[in-house]
Design a protein around this ligand. Sequence first.
Ligand code: PLP
Length: 347
Amino acid sequence: MNYSSLMRKHLLTVKAYSSARDEFDGDASVFLDANENPFDIGGNDHLNRYPDPHQKLLKRKIAAIKGAKVENIFLGNGSDEAIDLLFRAFCEPGKDEIIIMPPTYGMYEVSAGINNIGLVKIPLKADYQLDVDQVLSCVTDTTKMLMICSPNNPSGNRLHRQDIEQLLLNFPGLVVLDEAYIDFDEEGGFLSRLEQYPNLVILQTFSKAWGLAGLRIGMAFAHTEIIDILNLIKPPYNINALSQKKALDVVEKHEKVSEAVETILAERAQLVLKLEQLSLVEKVFPSHANFVLVKMKHAAKIYHSLVGDKIIVRDRSKVIKCDDCLRITIGTAAENTTLINALRKYA
Ligand SMILES: *Cc1c(COP(=O)(O)O)cnc(C)c1O
C-alpha cells in the first residue's frame, strides 16, 4: 500500500516539531533545555516537567498486554483525537469523503464536518449488519476512508467478521475499525490480524472497559507508516503526564479490568431478562458491549419520565433505524435495579 499517495500532499513536506524531549531523552541530572520551571510548585508529581511526547513506557505496557508492537501504536487524547488526526492526515477538505454506516458513533460525522470532509452514509441493514455491496458500489476516487464500528454503538451487536474482511480486502482506502467495546466481546477483534491488512486502522480506548474515561486516552493500531503520519501531525505533548501515570497504574492491574468486565456482562444478562419482562419493552437488541439498545413503546416519553426520576439513559429515538429506542449503559447492580423499578412504575 502506498501510504504517501494516500495522505494529503502538503504533509509530504511538513516536518514534525522537534521538542526538547525529542532531542534528548536519555538520563541526565540537569535539564536546562525546555524552559521549564525548576521548582515543583504543585507538590511532588514533577509536573513542572514536560511529559514524554511519545509515551514510551505506556506504549510498551500496552504492547505487551495487547500482543502488539510499540511502533504500531498511536495514543491520542481520547479516540476522538485519533479520528480527527486520521481525517486531517488523509482527507483533503472540500474534496475527499469518508463513508459511515448509520446508526453509528456520532463523532465520525461531527469530526468530518469540522474538517470539511464529505460524508457518504450507507445505512446498516435491518439486522444492523454491513451492506458490503452497497458500500463498495459507492466508492469513488475521492473516497478515502471507511468507518466501521464493531461492536456497534448504538446497536450493540458485533458485525460479521466475513463482511469486515470483505471490506478490508476490497476497499481502496483506509478501513478504520472502531473497537471501543471489544473488551466486552469474547470473540475478540482484529488486532492479531493487523499485519494481514495494510489498510486497517484499529481504534480502542481506555474510556470503556478500562474505566478511565476521565483520563482521555485512545489507542490507534496500524501499519508503522500510518502511525508515523499521525505522530507527525499530533500536538507534541498530547497525552499529559498525569494521564500517562494513571494509565500505567491501571495497566499494571489489568486483572481488575477483566473482573469488572465479567461483572458488567453478568449484570447485562440480568438487566436484559428484567427488561424483557416489562410490557413497555418491545425488543432488547442482542449486545456484545456494555450497553443495550431497547425498543420501547413511546421511548421519548419514557426518557423524560426517567429524567424526572433522576435516571439518565441515552435517547436514540430520533436516530435512523433506532425509532423508539433508548440506549442503556449497564451500571452497578443497584443502579440497574433502580432503573427497572422506575420503568415498572410507568408500565
Ligand atoms: C465511547 C466510544 C469511543 C471512545 O472515545 P474516547 O474519545 O476514547 O473516549 C470511541 N468510539 C466509540 C464507538 C465509542 O462509543
